[in-house]
Ligand binder design. Sequence first.
Ligand SMILES: [Zn+2]
Ligand SMILES: [Zn+2]
Length: 152
Amino acid sequence: MHDMRETGSISDRLSEKGYRLTPQRLMILSAMESSHDHISAEEIYAQVAAKYPNVNISTVYRTLELLKKLGMVYEIDLGEGRIRYHAEGSGHHHHLVCQDCGDVVDIDESALSSLKDILLRDYNFRAELRHVAIFGFCEKCRKKQSGGGGKK
Ligand SMILES: [Zn+2]
Ligand SMILES: [Zn+2]
């Protein structure tokens, strides 16, 4: 319900700003809306092309660039060699990404608020931490690395 409202407002805001809501643009928005996770341009393209076979993937890239410029989507590199996107409406959050198994865990925005405070206090830098991927190793993989036994 929350997602529907927020994503609905993206298309509203697009048309308020004078952008035409072409069927392709609406399809791209609805692909992002129906994805409860981050979606890549390739995945969006696959969904749009299923309905509009003539759509070019560059249309998807252009639309994502536009939405990004307007601050309506955030992109994140989860270390897979491609960028994923999610709509602004799904809220600010960060990710813990396991470099070994690729597992991604969502963490609350507030988890990095003390880092923000430190950066401001010690470096006089106001960090915009809206969508950050932190790389490391999950518990499972650390256990595997240490030989799977009780060592370490
Ligand atoms: Zn995210
Ligand atoms: Zn792992």
